[in-house]
Design a protein around this ligand. Structure first.
Ligand code: G6Q
Length: 558
């Protein structure tokens, strides 16, 4: 782990030399800095020169990665070694987009074959839904497709659907329900016709409280519509009909079969819910929730953008996977992104990192990366259970530019906290209207320049700024940023962008020696909520919490 690596003291020593140099100094002393600290991979350009590091420090970071055995760890992941130690699992999301179809055999099973079989089923299903062959129970065309899932079974599909909306079939009404708050369900189905609605229940475990509650409500909503009457099922008491009073189970199952699809690893629970195996698209326990977009969890995305576009996205992911696996560390984009993050986090002690996409289609990217990075690397012990004595995951947050500029950028420019930020922009816009794109990108460039170089009191004075305003107008600069500039937002480049971040998370996890693929931290709250639910619903009599929790529950029940 980080502090036991011999490159660590070297980095500390280098840090003590560079910490007082500003980005102005660094650019002044090395005019070619921009070209030196940037890289192109296919249509992605990464400029990391606006970070406070020089060749000496960069070399030491690479040495740190070598010492941590990064190359071997990458190999182990791609070979299907059980690198998720606390869950005793392989980590093979890369196999989901293994476009070359090199055979990966895991526990005697050729998983490439299984993966491509599921992809073919997804292709057939999405095509039959898009062309109207697959209809609802009453024969009506499906117009609304709603993903019910949460966390990893929601954020990837939502983020990617929003990102690739330009490529989607606009005839389809694509929606997502994730929150257990009934408002999410009520507002999402508002105005929709059940006969024209398909629910995709996305849950790896098929036991998640939020998803199963929403799925059950969806089932009631479908079975409480005109469809049962069409099926010849008598509703017992008109408006106050309760689903359990519907007599004919076979008919109910037929309805469910035409309005529910499951994406899961748990066939038993799927069948218990009433969805037949043939309506389930499986995936595997070597695919973590937050890494599952390329698995069956991407079905709604495939329905929205079509198989060819989905396949393009997989190819984009694969191109970065192959780059990560084979490129030398000093030319490896995800490695560099991971190391720069370590540099800002563990040496400068900058505790957050902002993600600022200059593209409205990427509005959910910060939320997606929040889970990817913070759930993966928000750990306090190493993979062997020893407490760490350094910082792990930064806090990830952000909003699309230029909106963020008119909100929190004040703090980024002049606040007491320094926020390293990733600026993501595209050369070409998908919606060329007047000079919107030129203006958007002018802001993209201006912000990183202002963050890096700021404005001094002398400069303000020379501009004739009133003396008393000078302290307010000084922009300290010296704020680190990465600029990621991509040709165009396409399914392919989106796949590449996500894979860059996935692997950068891996790089950081390896250097810290933590398990980036488990998430035990979310368990306790779930257990307590179950217990409290019993109390709220009056099943368990006594409340034995602390005085604050007891009081709050009592107030709620009053
Ligand atoms: C992701 C996490 C978590 C998970 C959700 C939903 O890596 O494990 O966000 O995706 O809790 O779980 P299910 O898919 O099992 O419903």
């Amino acid at each position: 782990m980080l502090t036991r690596l011999s490159s660590h003291p070297k980095l500390l020593e280098y840090f003590s030399k560079v910490k007082d140099k500003s980005l102005r100094d660094l650019f002044a002393s090395d005019p070619a800095r921009g070209e030196k600290f940037s890289l192109q991979f296919e249509s992605i350009f990464l400029d990391f020169s606006k970070n406070r590091i020089e060749s000496e420090g960069f070399e030491s970071l690479l040495a740190l990665a070598n010492e941590a055995g990064l190359k071997q760890k990458i190999k182990a992941m791609f070979l299907g070694t059980k690198i998720n130690l606390s869950e005793n699992r392989a980590v093979l999301h890369v196999a989901l987009r293994n476009a070359a179809h090199e055979s990966i055999v895991l526990g005697g099973v050729n998983i490439d074959e299984e993966i491509s079989n599921v992809l073919t089923r997804m292709k057939n299903f999405s095509e039959s839904l898009r062309n109207g062959e697959f209809t609802g129970f009453t024969g009506k065309k499906i117009k609304n497709v709603i993903n019910i899932g949460i966390g990893g079974s929601d954020l990837g599909p939502v983020m990617a659907y929003e990102a690739l909306k330009f490529y989607s079939d606009r005839e389809l009404n694509i929606k997502f329900i994730s929150n257990i708050d009934g408002t999410d369900f009520a507002e999402t189905v508002r105005g929709l016709i059940p006969e024209e609605t398909l629910f995709i229940v996305a849950s790896k475990t098929f036991t998640t409280q939020e998803t199963m509650t929403n799925a059950q409500t969806a089932k009631n909503w479908i079975l409480h519509s005109v469809i049962p009457a069409e099926a010849g099922i008598q509703l017992t008491d008109g408006n106050t009909w309760l689903p359990e009073r519907v007599g004919d189970d076979d008919k109910k199952n037929e309805i469910v079969a035409k309005h529910f699809i499951a994406l899961s690893t748990n066939l038993e629970e799927v069948e218990k819910f009433g969805i037949k195996g043939e309506n389930m698209f499986p995936f595997w326990d070597f695919v973590g929730g937050r890494y599952s977009l390329c698995s069956a969890i991407g079905l709604l995305l495939m329905i929205a953008i079509g198989y060819e576009n989905f396949e393009e996205m997989l190819k984009g992911f694969h191109s970065v996977d192959a780059h990560f696996e084979t490129a030398p560390l000093n030319e490896n984009l995800p490695v560099i992104m991971g190391l720069i993050s370590i540099w800002n986090n563990n040496y400068f002690n900058f505790s957050t990192q902002a993600i600022i996409p200059y593209d409205q289609y990427l509005l959910r990217l910060p939320a997606y990366l929040q889970q990817l990075i913070m759930e993966s690397n928000g750990k306090s012990v190493t993979e062997n259970g020893e407490p760490v004595d350094f910082q792990t995951s930064p806090i990830i947050w952000g909003e699309p530019g230029t909106n963020g500029q008119h909100a929190f950028f004040q703090l980024m420019h002049q606040g007491t906290k320094i926020v390293p930020a990733d600026f993501i922009g595209f050369k070409e816009t998908l919606n060329p209207i007047g000079d919107h794109h030129q203006k958007l990108m002018a802001n993209y460039f201006a912000q990183t320049e202002a963050l890096a170089f700021g404005k001094t009191a002398e400069e303000l004075k020379a501009e004739g700024v009133e003396e008393k305003l000078i302290p307010h107008k000084v922009m300290p600069g010296n704020r680190p940023t990465n600029s990621i500039l991509i040709d165009k937002l396409t399914p392919y480049s989106l796949g590449q962008l996500i894979a860059l971040y996935e692997h950068s998370v891996f790089v950081q996890g390896v250097i810290w020696g933590i398990d980036s693929f488990d998430q035990w931290g979310v368990e306790l709250g779930k257990i307590l909520a179950k217990k409290i639910l019993g109390e709220i619903e009056g099943e368990s009599a006594e409340m034995k919490h602390d005085s604050s929790t007891n009081q709050l529950i009592k107030k709620f029940l009053e």
